[in-house]
Design a protein around this ligand. Structure first.
Ligand code: 5GP
Ligand code: ZN
Length: 120
């Protein structure tokens, strides 16, 4: 029998504690972990515990609170990791052309170096 999306999803496994990760923040709605392949001195992924949103395309009004929470906590982590003053970027890659590689909504928090604009 095929696995459910949740069973084969690396971020679900991390959120459940079944796969190893370096957790920097956790609450009932989300976990935040260090990216395994960091693109900046600070590279944190904010991951909802639920798998229901595979990308931002799946978001509905029911998700407004969760989406706001992810951004709010991103700012709190930026402050705690001392990149709030120097500056940071919050990114949600959505879909193939944007480079999304994990089909479980997640927010990137990047900082600790100068970030060029426009992004690649
Ligand atoms: P995306 O390309 O989908 O926007 O971002 C996925 C991110 O997840 C990538 O930056 C990648 O390095 C990270 N990632 C993928 N698998 C793992 C993992 O098992 N552990 C951690 N900590 N990060 C992962
Ligand atoms: Zn998942």
């Amino acid at each position: 029998m095929d696995n459910t999306p949740e069973q084969s999803c690396i971020f679900c496994s991390i959120a459940a504690g079944d796969a190893q990760s370096e957790i920097v923040y956790s609450d009932d709605q989300m976990v935040a972990i260090k990216d395994v392949n960091p693109q900046a001195p600070v590279h944190v992924l904010l991951i909802p515990r639920e798998h229901n949103l595979e990308s931002l395309n799946d978001a509905s009004k029911l998700d407004l609170s969760l989406l706001g929470h992810l951004l709010y906590i991103a700012a709190k982590i930026a402050n705690r990791m001392e990149i709030a003053e120097s500056g940071y970027r919050v990114v949600i890659n959505t879909g193939e052309a944007a480079g999304q590689s994990v089909a479980h909504l997640h927010v990137h928090l990047l900082g600790g170096r100068d970030l060029t604009w426009p992004p690649g």
